[in-house]
Design a binder for this molecule. Structure first.
Ligand SMILES: Nc1ncnc2c1ncn2[C@@H]1O[C@H](COP(=O)(O)OP(=O)(O)OP(=O)(O)O)[C@@H](O)[C@H]1O
Length: 666
């Protein structure tokens, strides 16, 4: 049992054991060891808190919430990690920390020379209320809060003809089910026109892209000089997807060609925008060398972590407008810091001040009405005046099973979610009986009905291959590779966990084996044609980003020899491909199955989500919602055990950060 009086050696031995079990990263243990060396009098309470604060960063929390940790240690710390069961209770945090009280822990931390209270001179750890930070993350949080607080008060003058512009960009009143509805897109445009910082949140297909394109037309159309506008997204995949959808939208804008020509359609990753420097956390653009732009739009903002947000805000010139788009209900970034979720905590309620509401209604001609709306107070709800939630999905209009299922999950209504799963064509559920379940194998190879499985892209790979003898530089090869890559996105299996029988690692092996046995793959290990791979680390030399997916294909060399190369879509919006020799690829893994986390920013015509057999800390309604909303047309839930789905709906991600508090929002 650990208390602040436990000898440091005993605590370090417990941390060693957790490292052996794979529960704690060696890095977390090393930090505690380093502090113990630096400060021989540092007690067990401080060393434990340091190791756990570092551990929490690996789970997306910017700090260690001491009270939450003691209230439910195993859940708060995600220990044991996902996909592992049957481990000795003796090592569980709930057992080991049972004798530690919050008062004792706080006292030990406050007394330590390693720990500063917020605002005190630099020490490696910062205690803010009941939250303990590693200093770097505390500084990031402070920096972001300060930059956002300044932007929240950044009112911009609107053009006199704003109502006319809104009318022109949103000519038709929004009608749904035969009734006039509030056009939140039009309101978002009005809101963003009047502000240096706007956050637009909405579920899939609610029109975030459409809104922002129209807003850009408005800004560009009313600017005295052409504005320098840049579009960005956190990952290459998200950037590519936005590039695709934005092009068509810009083409159909009701504006003259000069305005249109000044609206970009190219989307870059945030790393590229900021100019990453090799082997460094630093960027070419920072406060001393700000980004040369007037308007920055960042899509998929739920994937921006705290450190990136800090870098971005630092590099953004004060005069530039910032627009963040995202879905607040999605899983947050894997890295620490759930900004969008934090910032949008009151988006449903709106919390607009009466003055703001009156202005919005006057310029837009819309009635701002929704049962969830609550009135905000001037001075208290500054952030809320910059946030707008789009509430009507056009993609999942009317009775779409996927849309309704996602909504029921998001609202934590398990019975309704189950009813949608059972009663709709686009959604289905399959109960699995063991790892070699026939229905599972059939689904993976052949899909169900019109919804594809992995056989689809492999058959297209085989059937549409250019004829033998086609010249190595014939465009037919690229077209074929493009076809295979597109076909691969028809279906994806998503997993909640990495390890265990229903985790990504085991399933990837089993799927390759299955496709090989079915004669769809020539091999199931090493490099083989048709192997899909996921890049797991940015490689600026090759122009590949973490999250990029490619497929190994046999392609001709100049001398006619066939050589395996991995085809990747280019991330530059050109629609082109790049071909990389497998031996040149660094960190990557096979990607028949992928985690829900990694699937963020992507979409598949048919998405299947496989749950593990038991509940574990990663299973939350956000994970289910994110998985379900990756499906464009069909969704299949694969359940090895009944009830886990319902249990997961009941839990939600509790990210620990003090950002909202810093922004003084209740
Ligand atoms: N005001 C509108 N009028 C007509 N069609 C619209 C409007 N808003 C959105 N749409 C259509 O609805 C679909 C989804 O819109 P959009 O791509 O803007 O949504 P999104 O929220 O950006 O979606 P995603 O979840 O893919 O990011 C698109 O086909 C778009 O053309």
């Amino acid at each position: 049992m650990i208390t602040p009086h436990t000898p440091a050696g005993e605590l370090l031995a417990l941390l060693d054991r957790w490292v052996e079990l794979g529960w704690l990263r060696p890095l977390d243990r090393a930090l505690a060891g380093f502090f113990a060396e630096q400060q021989p009098e540092a007690g067990a309470g401080v060393l434990l808190a340091a190791a756990l604060a570092s551990h929490q960063l690996g789970h997306g929390h910017v700090c260690l919430d001491l009270a939450a940790t003691l209230a439910e240690p195993d859940f708060a710390l995600s220990l044991p990690p996902e996909g592992e069961e049957g481990l000795a209770d003796a090592w569980l945090p709930s057992t080991r920390l049972a004798a530690l009280t919050l008062a004792d822990w706080l006292e030990a931390l406050s007394a330590s020379e390693l720990v500063a209270a917020a605002g005190e001179p630099a020490r490696p750890l910062v205690l803010s209320g009941e939250r303990l930070y590693l200093r770097r993350y505390w500084s990031y949080e402070q920096g972001v809060a300060k930059a956002l607080a300044a932007r929240i008060h950044d009112d911009r003058p609107v053009p006199d003809d704003l109502p006319e512009w809104l009318e022109r960009l949103f000519p038709e009143p929004l009608m749904l089910h035969g009734e006039r509805q509030t056009d939140w897109q039009k309101l978002a445009c009005a809101l963003a026109a009047s502000s240096g910082f706007t956050l637009i949140t909405g579920g899939p297909g609610t029109g975030k892209t459409t809104t922002v394109v129209r807003l850009l037309a408005l800004l560009q159309g009313t600017a005295a000089q052409p504005l320098r506008i840049r579009l960005a997204a956190p990952t290459g995949k998200a950037a590519a997807r936005l590039t695709e959808s934005i092009g068509a939208q810009v083409a159909s804008l009701p504006v003259n060609d000069t305005v249109r020509a000044h609206i970009p359609t190219e989307v870059s990753t945030l790393h590229r925008l900021l100019g990453s420097l090799p082997d460094s956390r630093h960027f070419r653009h920072h406060a001393g060398n700000p980004l040369p732009l007037d308007v920055l739009v960042v899509d998929e903002a739920s994937m921006i972590d705290l450190e990136m947000m800090h870098s971005l805000l630092a590099a953004l010139p004060a005069h530039a407008r910032l627009l963040l788009l995202g879905d607040k209900d999605q899983l947050a970034s894997v890295e620490a810091g759930a900004l969008l979720g934090d910032l949008c905590r009151h988006a449903e309620q709106g919390l607009y001040t009466p003055e703001r509401l009156a202005w919005l209604e006057a310029v837009s001609g819309e009635k701002v009405a929704h049962p969830a709306l609550e009135a905000g107070e001037p001075g208290r709800h500054g952030l809320a005046q910059r946030i707008l939630m789009l509430r009507h999905s056009r993609r999942f209009a009317g009775g779409s099973g996927i849309g309704r299922l996602a909504e029921a999950v998001n609202r934590q209504q398990p019975a309704a979610a189950r009813a949608w799963l059972d009663g709709h064509q686009e959604v289905a559920t399959v109960r699995l009986r063991g790892e070699q379940d026939r229905a599972l194998n059939r689904l993976l190879c052949d899909g169900r009905g019109e919804a594809a499985g992995y056989g689809h892209y492999l058959r297209r790979l085989r059937d549409e291959r250019p004829a033998a003898g086609t010249a190595f530089d014939d465009a037919a090869w690229s077209e074929w590779a493009g076809t295979v890559l597109t076909a691969f996105d028809r279906f994806r299996l998503l997993c909640a966990v990495r390890r265990g029988p229903w985790g990504v690692e085991g399933l990837n092996e089993r799927i390759a084996g299955l496709l090989h046995r079915r004669g769809l793959l020539e091999a199931d290990s090493g490099w083989y044609e048709g192997r899909p791979v996921l890049v797991t680390r940015n490689d600026y030399g090759l122009g590949l980003m973490n999250g990029d997916i490619g497929i190994a294909l046999r392609l001709p060399e100049e001398d006619g020899r066939l050589v395996l190369r991995v085809a990747f879509p280019r991330n530059d919006g050109s629609g082109g491909l790049r071909f990389v020799l497998p031996s040149r690829l660094g960190d990557m893994e096979t990607v028949f199955a992928m985690t829900v986390h990694k699937s963020q920013g992507s979409e598949f015509a048919h998405t299947a989500l496989i749950l593990p057999e038991t509940l574990n800390p990663v299973l939350t309604k956000e994970l289910l919602y994110t998985g379900i909303t990756r499906a464009r047309h069909w969704f299949t839930l694969l359940e090895p055990r009944a009830g886990v789905f319902e249990q997961a709906i009941a839990r939600r991600v509790e990210r620990r950060s003090g950002l909202l508090e810093s922004l003084m929002v209740p």
